[in-house]
Write a protein that binds this ligand. Structure first.
Ligand SMILES: *Cc1c(COP(=O)(O)O)cnc(C)c1O
Length: 380
């Protein structure tokens, strides 16, 4: 039997055709399709501006750069996240300060962020981990009261809902990823969304070397245009080939979310009675797109997390260890931090189960069956 993958992007002929059309058009670098993709994506999540970029990592770096964060500044981030969340602070010369997360949803909260704030804190990066929306509003009030910026790392959360609106609609600077590990993919790619037009204009300039006029506009002009470079920028551009794929994917996003939520509900129901196992759930304030469907094993479960991963792999199920903890990586060795006990518990005891758009009920039953047997339950 084939291995059941942990994730598989939902791509078909429509994306292939869109990419081929971009190639045939002769314009493959950032151009009209990027502009179309960024306005369509921003409209979808309810922000007024979208700035397409090369990745979520560069989107986060650009967000902190736009906020003027640099050497001597502290930025609070969860350690319980993909390492790029912490790295982007280092990329602008700032110091990441690790906050712990809530056991229920794996996200930072006022309770976990407040003890990490100092006179040097300039920003907090809140992550919607695995697609579970963080409770952003109380954090925003905390940050506003202290003159601290709040940035949302929504890498995983396209299609998730927060208090009845799409995640990222709040007008904060939000960063998105289109890596194939997320729902909507362009191969590699990212986006920065905001409701501040001036911030978006500057972000568009900075992604293109600080040029006052975009290369696409310059090429369309009949008259020669001499560009100037207003500030030191970056090359963080997305290509039109990626944007063409992104436009097709965006039209499928709602269906992807529905399918994932239905498969997630299946896992939640079928694993509800497994002793010592807890499944990720929607929080009270929103709905997850279940980009990562994780389960936590405790002492009542007969196997450790790593033993469970080994058993799943032997039965052809490609699961993954849960979300990493950046503070444990060699890259952050010696980097001081406060209490991260929940982070350590979750990163040690969680695993991510297969969940992808084309997953069948039969495949899901295989995954559940392996877990039931490991837990000593009779096969259903
Ligand atoms: C995937 C991910 C990133 C990085 O996204 P890229 O587009 O690969 O740079 C950043 N933060 C979180 C929380 C992620 O899950």
């Amino acid at each position: 039997m084939d291995t059941i993958p942990v994730m598989k992007p939902w791509l078909d002929d429509a994306e292939a055709k869109a990419a081929a059309e971009a190639v045939s058009s002769g314009w493959i670098a950032q151009g009209p399709r990027v502009a179309e993709f960024e306005s369509a994506f921003a409209a979808h999540i309810g922000a007024s501006q979208g700035v397409a970029l090369s990745s979520c990592t560069t989107a986060l770096q650009l967000a902190l750069h736009l906020l003027g964060i640099g050497p001597g500044d502290e930025v609070v981030v969860p350690s319980f996240s993909f390492i790029a969340t912490a790295n982007c602070v280092v990329h602008v010369g700032g110091t990441p300060v690790f906050a712990d997360v809530e056991p229920q949803d794996g996200n930072v909260s006022v309770r976990t962020v407040e003890p990490t704030l100092t006179g040097r804190t300039r920003a907090v990066v809140v992550v919607d981990q695995g697609g579970v929306p963080a409770d952003v509003e109380p954090l925003r009030r905390l940050c506003e009261s202290r003159g601290i910026h709040l940035v949302e790392d929504a890498a995983c959360a396209a299609g998730s809902q927060y208090r009845g609106a799409p995640v990222g609609a709040s007008g904060l600077l939000a960063a998105w990823s289109f890596h194939p590990r997320k729902l909507l993919t362009t191969g590699e790619g990212g986006m920065l969304t905001t409701s501040d037009e001036q911030v978006a204009d500057r972000a568009r300039r900075l992604r293109e070397h600080g040029m006052n006029i975009s290369a696409a506009t310059r090429h369309q002009n009949r008259q020669p245009v001499i560009e100037s470079y207003l500030e030191v920028g970056f090359n963080f551009r997305m290509t039109d080939i990626q944007a063409a794929v992104g436009l097709v994917q965006l039209a499928k996003l709602e269906e992807m979310v529905q399918r994932r939520r239905s498969l997630a509900a299946g896992y939640q129901a079928m694993l509800a009675d497994v002793p010592g196992l807890r499944t990720v759930q929607d929080p009270a304030w929103g709905e997850s797109n279940f980009q990562s469907f994780w389960v936590e094993l405790d002492h009542d479960f007969p196997l450790t997390r790593n033993e469970m991963l080994t058993v799943l792999a032997a039965d052809g199920v490609s699961a993954r260890a849960g979300i990493m903890a950046a503070h444990r990586q060699p890259a952050y060795r010696g980097h001081g931090h406060g209490d991260l006990s929940t982070t350590e518990r979750l990163t040690d005891n969680t695993l991510i189960l297969p969940l992808f758009h084309a997953m069948t009920e039969a495949e899901q039953a295989v995954v559940v069956g392996v877990i039931h047997r490991a837990a000593g339950l009779r096969a259903a």
